[in-house]
Design a protein around this ligand. Structure first.
Ligand SMILES: Cc1cc2nc3c(=O)[nH]c(=O)nc-3n(C[C@H](O)[C@H](O)[C@H](O)COP(=O)(O)O)c2cc1C
Length: 210
């Protein structure tokens, strides 16, 4: 069966962007899956501060390849992967602002029974890998979405004591305080596996909704 997967993300310095590409790659590996990668736009209140950073400007330039997300992308999707850098253990304001534009869709139940997963980036290993996903769940459950994580059975690469991102709740990478660290292969593997799992679960949910 054909299944549509949307990967929607915000990324200031490129870590979540790289993870989004890996989630999309995993989803594309599922037969019948069509995949869109869309970015959440910057908020005006952050622009003047962030644009002082060359790292930020270069990362935003690279992300121009992805169109800005629209409500029609949400409607099109059977499954949605949301990517966000942590902000004090929560999703970023840019992603929350976009989710807060969906009130009309919520009223009509347009996102109910669609599959959803969350992937993250944090500066430090205890900076919110798990909490950012768990706190992101609250609005997604209000919208009626069905949560998809990344269990150890499919992700044995997470069963280590090394300093890598990712948890049963979803993929994660670590950026370091100066955003110099890049996603490592085991983190990208978990991201690909989330994309694949969302596509497979979304396909089953689509059959149930039909
Ligand atoms: C306002 C603010 C709050 C942040 N809070 C945290 C935090 O609680 N824990 C943490 O590990 N990193 C925190 N960070 C660092 C970001 O999560 C990090 O820059 C991000 O993961 C990089 O992802 P990106 O390259 O996709 O933007 C914070 C950054 C900002 C600007």
């Amino acid at each position: 069966m054909a299944v549509n997967v949307l990967v929607v993300y915000y990324s200031a310095f490129g870590h979540v962007h790289q993870m989004a590409d890996a989630v999309a790659e995993g989803a594309r590996g599922v037969q019948g899956a069509e995949v869109r990668v869309r970015r959440v736009p910057e908020l005006d209140m952050f622009k003047s501060g962030l644009e002082k950073s060359e790292h930020y400007r270069a990362s935003q330039q690279r992300q121009q390849e992805n169109a800005e997300v629209t409500h029609d992308d949400l409607r099109w999707a059977d499954g949605i992967a949301f990517g966000t850098p942590t902000r004090y253990g929560n999703m970023c304001a840019q992603m929350k602002a976009f989710i807060d534009t969906t009130a009309g869709m919520w009223q009509k139940g347009e996102l109910e029974n669609k599959a959803a997963g969350v992937f993250v980036s944090t500066a430090s290993i205890h900076g919110g890998q798990e909490t950012t996903i768990l706190t992101s769940l609250v609005p997604l459950l209000h919208l009626g979405m069905v949560f998809v994580g990344t269990p150890y059975g499919e992700n044995p690469q997470m069963l280590v004591t090394d300093g890598i991102g990712g948890s049963p709740y979803g993929p994660g990478t670590l950026s370091a305080g100066d955003n110099s660290r890049q996603p490592v292969e085991s983190e990208l593997t978990t991201a690909r596996n989330l994309g694949s799992r969302i596509a497979r679960v979304a396909e089953q949910l689509k059959a149930l909704r039909a």
